[in-house]
Design a protein around this ligand. Structure first.
Ligand SMILES: *[C@@H]1O[C@H](CO)[C@@H](O)[C@H](O)[C@H]1NC(C)=O
Ligand SMILES: *[C@@H]1O[C@H](CO)[C@@H](O)[C@H](O)[C@H]1NC(C)=O
Ligand SMILES: *[C@@H]1O[C@H](CO)[C@@H](O)[C@H](O)[C@H]1NC(C)=O
Ligand SMILES: *[C@@H]1O[C@H](CO)[C@@H](O)[C@H](O)[C@H]1NC(C)=O
Ligand SMILES: *[C@@H]1O[C@H](CO)[C@@H](O)[C@H](O)[C@H]1NC(C)=O
Ligand SMILES: *[C@@H]1O[C@H](CO)[C@@H](O)[C@H](O)[C@H]1NC(C)=O
Ligand SMILES: *[C@@H]1O[C@H](CO)[C@@H](O)[C@H](O)[C@H]1NC(C)=O
Length: 331
């Protein structure tokens, strides 16, 4: 089974729809880019049942609101409503509570993606009612499509589940309803070369992988051809809870390596900021913390963490679970 990055799927979908959506407008491993706008607070929760997008932008299609939150609907060929956080986070924890759409070939997805095309994915393909896929990419390297795994999930099209990512410099955890279902260590991603490590935006969307105009491989991956007459197909997103482990108003790539140690986080708008601080690398040294506190439990005490230095946040969340999940299905 071949896995592609969301970036590639989006490109495919765009090719099919000719919508005007940009992916990465400036790749910092290849050019000097403006700094990224950061989330300069520790935690931001968006409750979409309020009927408002909050600090999210619609980048394709139209998102509507109902009792279950934000509604992402595919009714006809070319529909691929997508939203994106207007800010970046630099390591963090994201919980997305959602219900996937039901329909052959319809893909409900949320991802983290950076300007140099680091990517962390959750993807639910409707056709496969009991499975969801995790995936990741580093610096847009898609030469090998062997990074995806499949996770079992109960009735994702009938039930709201919380699909989470906990992302540090040491490891990425994918969590389903609070339980870690996959861990990727830095070293296991081609000695870090393929490890997602640059400031990311969160993107949530739906699209028809099974669109008849897509390539045969894409349609097959999506589980078959989409029949729009059986639609519309709607994904519901109730809420998104975001924790930024390095709150800052701007992130700057100080060189073209795309390495996390090259990123500066600052609250100053001037480019020669003295308040600028390198991303904590002390978190790297604390990777064997054995705390059993769950990230969300620790995070819920936001007043407790809000006064602590960044390196302290990092160590709280550096919960080593690397050996816990070793035997996931490799598709
Ligand atoms: C670097 O930038 C050039 C010009 O914008 C582009 O053609 C090329 O594909 C880029 N390379 C990478 C690795 O992004
Ligand atoms: C995103 O939405 C905000 C309002 O929430 C707006 O200020 C901003 O200009 C939008 N950004 C883009 C790229 O459309
Ligand atoms: C999903 O769609 C199929 C085909 O239309 C239908 O048989 C099934 O009951 C639907 N499942 C849910 C959860 O709505
Ligand atoms: C891309 O990743 C593959 C392994 O998935 C690796 O063999 C290759 O060297 C990587 N390419 C670059 C440019 O890092
Ligand atoms: C998923 O479910 C299948 C069938 O019930 C089972 O064989 C498989 O081991 C499960 N996979 C995981 C990762 O739990
Ligand atoms: C930026 O300001 C926020 C909110 O006061 C603070 O939590 C954060 O540590 C600051 N970041 C930097 C890099 O100074
Ligand atoms: C980013 O860092 C580079 C290298 O240190 C510097 O030249 C540039 O001015 C910075 N850009 C911003 C927007 O701070």
């Amino acid at each position: 089974m071949a896995f592609k990055s969301y970036y590639q799927w989006a490109a495919l979908a765009l090719a099919a729809t000719a919508a005007a959506q940009t992916t990465t407008s400036c790749n910092p491993t290849n050019a000097t880019c403006p700094a990224d706008a950061g989330l300069n607070k520790y935690r931001l929760n968006t409750d979409f049942t309020s009927g408002s997008l909050g600090r999210w932008n619609t980048t394709a299609g139209t998102v509507t609101f109902g009792d279950y939150g934000a509604e992402f609907t595919v009714s006809e060929q070319g529909d691929a409503p997508t939203i994106q956080s207007e800010f970046y986070i630099f390591f963090g924890h994201v919980d997305v509570k959602m219900k996937a759409a039901n329909g052959t070939g319809i893909v409900s997805t949320w991802i983290l993606e950076s300007d140099d095309l680091d990517e962390i994915d959750w993807e639910q393909v409707s056709t496969w009612d009991t499975e969801i896929q995790t995936d990741y990419f580093g610096k847009g390297n898609t030469t090998s499509y062997d990074r995806g795994t499949t996770v079992n999930v109960t009735t994702p099209e009938e039930t709201f589940h919380t699909y989470s990512v906990d992302w540090t410099a040491e490891r990425i955890e994918w969590l389903l309803d609070g339980e870690v279902v996959r861990t990727l260590l830095y070293a296991d991603a081609l000695e870090g070369k393929n490890y997602p490590q640059t400031p990311m935006r969160i993107r949530i969307g739906i699209w028809a992988g099974g669109d008849p105009d897509n390539s045969e491989g894409t349609i097959e991956w999506a589980g078959g051809e989409t029949d729009y007459t059986t639609g519309p197909f709607t994904m519901y997103v109730e809420s998104v809870d975001i924790i930024n482990y390095n709150p800052a108003s701007a992130y700057n790539y100080t060189d073209m390596t795309g390495d996390y140690t090259s990123i500066t986080a600052t609250n100053s708008t001037s480019s020669s900021s003295s308040a600028s601080s390198k991303a904590s690398s002390s978190s790297k040294a604390s990777s064997v913390a054995s705390s059993s506190a769950s990230a969300s439990a620790a995070a819920s005490s936001s007043s407790f963490v809000s006064g602590a230095p960044v390196s302290y946040y990092s160590s709280i969340f550096a919960i080593a679970m690397g050996s816990l999940i070793a035997g996931l299905i490799q598709v």
